[in-house]
Design a protein around this ligand. Structure first.
Ligand SMILES: *Cc1c(COP(=O)(O)O)cnc(C)c1O
Length: 447
């Protein structure tokens, strides 16, 4: 077996790839050689994914041109520690503008009063909330992994950093939602300090008031993780978590929200906000990369103006794509004959060799997405589903009328087993046709 230097402990598959790249990049390690190697990789990536890819991966997006322009390369290297007016550093008064605009706009957009915007990811936002409201040895209750509970909710993720015990909330696979009848008794038994809802795949909204009522009975904090749903929440589509009763909302800023990479914590309660803010700084951060805040502010302002239309367009595309895939013969997940109410949809890939295998094959065909657990899968089955998100194709200009063409490409790759390169040529052609059209109001130019 080839061993890699970077991670000799990694799986054989990863080691083989790491060793291959290690050999390729080591040919010229001079500054100009490395700069050239990096440039080529960046250009090839941009051409493959940004210009020509059909990106259906649910956890990504592209910046709007105005958001992409609202940044300065030097800013990430300017630590800005403490509140405007009492910063440790001097000379950063102009950054006060960004540091005030971003949390104000984000808090309003998400129907909160206070937003902590400095954390670099939703994983760290969740850790900040755990740290603020639970102590080592406490329990938190989260969605099962196969129901979209994220690594940052589970025992192998940041709950371990805080020394928390994690229990799975009762779940009803047939409803693709929590088992609300069992919830109050479950919470009385386990007495978690924090109840975490919201998932990496959400087809249907939670009954937030019901969860809040059960959480109140035991004095638990209700955290809604809207990492994937934030763009819809901003558009007042799907679910309004803080309005419906969540104490705290966390989310990734770069998925359906469509901003720069980062994580936010939003709440209406100043006492809760203060605890999270103090954990964030000085607890978890020194330099937090202020370079993201201008883009975040512009993204939030754009969502305030156009969020409902964008969110509705994402959902329309998802529902149309789900129908088109079902028409092509795929087993599309849903309940009561409905496939989704969000920008997500899922295919049960059991008969396609599982979600991971199907995802790899689609990748070769120029269609990028991932596997996902499904609540009815067996523990040792691998990821049984394929998860699809329509946020990026919506921004790229795809409309409901374009969804059957995507479904046909997926059918050709996965059901007809056509050669992936052949499907890929047509996937690229479709993407280029839509790049050239620029007719959609949500359209973001390729590069
Ligand atoms: C993607 C995701 C996260 C992690 O987001 P990052 O910003 O990448 O850390 C957290 N929670 C859920 C539910 C997610 O799907």
């Amino acid at each position: 077996m080839t061993t890699s230097r970077i991670a000799p402990w990694a799986s054989p598959r990863a080691q083989a790839r790491l060793a291959e790249v290690e050999a390729a990049v080591s040919a010229d390690l001079s500054p100009t050689g490395v700069a050239d190697t990096v440039r080529k990789a960046l250009d090839a990536h941009a051409a493959q994914v940004d210009d020509d890819g059909i990106v259906l991966y649910a956890g990504t997006n592209v910046l709007s041109p105005a958001a992409a322009a609202a940044t300065l390369p030097t800013l990430s290297n300017r630590p800005s520690m403490g509140w405007p007016g009492e910063k440790y550093q001097v000379g950063l008064d102009h950054l006060d503008t960004l540091e005030v605009l971003a949390p104000l706009l984000v808090a309003d957009l998400m129907e909160g009063a206070h937003a902590e915007v400095r954390l670099q990811s939703a994983t760290l936002a969740n850790l900040a909330v755990y740290t603020a409201f639970a102590r080592p040895g406490d329990t938190i209750a989260v969605l099962p992994e196969a129901a979209g509970g994220h690594a940052s909710h589970h025992a192998q993720g940041v709950p371990a950093v805080r020394g928390l015990t994690v229990v799975d909330l009762p779940y009803d696979p047939a409803r693709l939602d929590l088992d609300y009848a069992a919830l109050p008794g479950f919470l009385r038994e386990h007495r978690p300090k924090i109840v975490v809802i919201g998932a990496s795949m959400m087809l249907f909204p939670h009954d937030v008031p019901a969860v809040r009522q059960a959480a109140d009975e035991i004095g638990a904090i209700l955290l809604y993780d809207a990492s994937h749903m934030a763009g819809l929440v901003a558009g007042r589509v799907f679910q309004r978590p803080l309005h419906e009763g969540a104490h705290v909302l966390t989310f990734s800023t770069y998925k359906s929200f469509g901003g720069p990479s980062g994580g936010c914590v939003v709440t209406r309660d100043p006492a809760l906000a203060q605890r999270v803010s103090t954990v964030a700084y000085p607890g978890m951060l020194a330099n937090y990369d202020a370079g993201r805040l201008g883009s975040l502010a512009v993204t939030a302002a754009e969502l305030a103006a156009h969020g409902p239309a964008y969110a509705q367009a994402c959902v329309r595309n998802a529902r149309t794509l789900a129908k088109a895939l079902a028409d092509e013969g795929f087993t599309v997940v849903g309940r009561d004959g409905e496939h989704t109410r969000s920008h997500h949809l899922a295919v049960d890939a059991h008969d396609l060799g599982g979600g991971d295998t199907a995802g790899l094959l689609l990748g070769e065909a120029g269609i990028y997405l991932s596997g996902i657990g499904l609540p009815w899968q067996h523990p040792d089955e691998g990821l049984r589903g394929l998860r699809i998100g329509t946020q990026e194709i919506t921004r790229r200009g795809f409309t409901p009328a374009d969804q059957p063409a995507i479904a046909t490409l997926v059918r050709r790759a996965l059901l007809d087993r056509e050669a992936p390169e052949q499907v890929r040529a047509d996937a690229i052609a479709l993407r280029r046709e839509i790049n050239a059209r620029q007719a959609n109001p949500h359209q973001v130019n390729p590069r």
